[in-house]
Each structure stands twice: as C-alpha cells, then as structure tokens.
Design a protein around this ligand. Sequence first.
Ligand SMILES: Cc1cc2nc3c(=O)[nH]c(=O)nc-3n(C[C@H](O)[C@H](O)[C@H](O)COP(=O)(O)O)c2cc1C
Length: 329
Amino acid sequence: MVRVADRLYRALYHGVLARLPERAAVALGQWGLRALPLDRLPIFRNPDPRLTVTLGGVALPNPLILSSMYYDPRILRRAMGLGFGAVTTKSITARPRPGHPHPNLVRIGTAEGPGLVNCNGFRNPGLVAYRAALRDMVHRVPLIVAAAGESVEEYVAVVSGLETLGDLVEINISSPNTKLVYEWSTRPAALRGLFQAVRRATVKPVIVKVSPDFRETNEDTIIPAALDAGIGIVNCGNTRRVDEPRLSQKTGGLSGPALFSATIESVRRLRERFGGGIEIIACGGVDAPVKARAALAAGANACAYFTGFITRGPILARLILDALLESRR
Ligand SMILES: Cc1cc2nc3c(=O)[nH]c(=O)nc-3n(C[C@H](O)[C@H](O)[C@H](O)COP(=O)(O)O)c2cc1C
C-alpha cells in the first residue's frame, strides 16, 4: 500500500501539480491538505517506538520534522498526523506581514532533482493573531514555534509571546529573502546579544536556524555564540540565496536536493567540531529515505524537510521511517 501511495503521489505531482502555474499548484495543494482528512489514515505513520528521539530534552516519536513554511493551524494539525515526529510553524513576526508580491515561488529543475525558489517574505498574521490561532491546538506531536525579526526586541517579543504554545522554539536568522533577517549572519557580534536575550525570554529548548551561505561564520562565530548563550540545537539550514529573474524580488531562496551535499557536509563538520555539545537538525534537500539515513549517520539528531513534502508528498515520511527501521536490522 505504501508503494502504491508513493506511485499515486508521483503521478499527481508530475502529471498535475508540476504542470499547473505555481500559484495554482500551491492553492490546490494547500486546499487538499485542509480538506482531505489524510491524517486519519494510518498509512502515513510508523509508530514503532524504536524511532523515538529527544531534541532539547523533548521526546519526538521519530526524528523527522516538517520544516518551517506553513502557518495555517489546520495544515499544521493535519501534518502532525502525517508521520512527522515534530512540526514547525512558519517564522512569525511581531506584526502581520503581507509577504512579497507574486510571483514569490517558482519551481526549478536542478541536476539533483526538482527544487523550489521562493521569496515568500514571511507572509504571516503576526504575533497577536497567531497566539489566538494556536491556543487550542492539540499537539499530536511536538510543535516547534518559529520566530523571525529585524531587532532583538522583535525576537524577544515573538519568542516570549509564542513559547507557551510550542514545545520548542526556533529562531530564524537565515531566510535570504528578507534583507534584515539574512543580514544577522553578517553581524555576529549583534547575534551574541540576540542569543542571550532569546535565551532569557523562554524556558523552552531553543533551536537556531542558520544559513548554508555562511558556513565558516556559522562554525567560527555564530554557533559558539549560541552555545555560550545556552542555545544548543542547530538547524542547518535554511534556503540558499540565488538570483531568480522570475520572482518579484529577482532573488530568492533555493530549496530542494541541490542543497543536500552541503547539508551533509555541514552535519559532518559540526559534529566533528562540536562533538556531543550540540544537537543537529539536518535540513536542506532531504527528499528520499537514503538521504535521511545518510544525514542521521553523519551525526544529525533529526532531519527536517519541506521541499520533499511537496515533490514526494506526505508518503515520504513513512518511506523514510520504514527505511530507518530497515537499516537497524
Ligand atoms: C515557500 C517556502 C517558505 C519558507 N518559509 C520559511 C520560513 O518562514 N522560515 C524558515 O525558517 N524557513 C522557511 N523556509 C525554508 C525551509 O523551512 C527549509 O529550511 C528549506 O526549504 C530547506 O529545506 P528543503 O530543501 O527540505 O526544502 C521556506 C521554504 C519555502 C520553500
């Protein structure tokens, strides 16, 4: 049945979703996630207790995380029943943001397989509305609430405003399509203050999400500053900044399999350099069981993905979980 679901989704993706204009494909995909009760079907999950991991002391039923992109609580709730061990919200900002105008997402074919380039620009309802939206959400698996901002005060407001509604908190200092967020990585001294302020703002485990475009700065300055502040979980990482003339901003963040070789290299290097002192989430290009296995074998504690959820569909989590158990035999 799992193989059949995989084949069906491939047919849907390549036959329909990949042929529609991106905006229509996104609308159709999100409509499907809201309308179809896929989370009631056991086929998408593998509840084997051997898959359980912990992240920042929080138990996850398995090491797969839906990466940050969706803010609609109906979709997040659905995703909690689609095999993931945790689900991340979109990066939320203090005030509502309309995001960048269309076109803000395009598909891209790469040598490694299908990817996306987006300049979403943090379209989100803002802290106050989002607090209300998350208030009654049942956490079938842990929820990671994500924050972004352009000042220390903004991160602190969002982190302290959302912390009771999530099980872990992720701070995004790396999205390339919002200038002031991306530029945090060029200001490591300011980041030190940011990390300390965020750490003081919440008792929940904090994840810092870094950019693949700043590998050396991440290793030499950003991660040591996070560790000094008591932030011990690193998500590596976000999308890679690329020029893309089809987008309204003419530049955006590349996601998907083209990122994978850099992701695995980062995981290896971080594990070698920081040993057991950090927990690592491998993110960037994980879109097949073999890649998730490789990332975990290279030293990641967990694996997050978004583009694979689109290109391989909700059945990907089950395929990966089955493969992880298979590799233990
Ligand atoms: C349309 C879109 C929106 C995204 N929005 C966010 C966001 O709000 N915050 C964030 O930290 N990452 C965001 N990301 C980045 C993903 O969470 C992920 O880090 C990145 O896509 C790399 O993983 P992947 O190759 O599995 O997609 C977004 C990615 C896409 C494609």
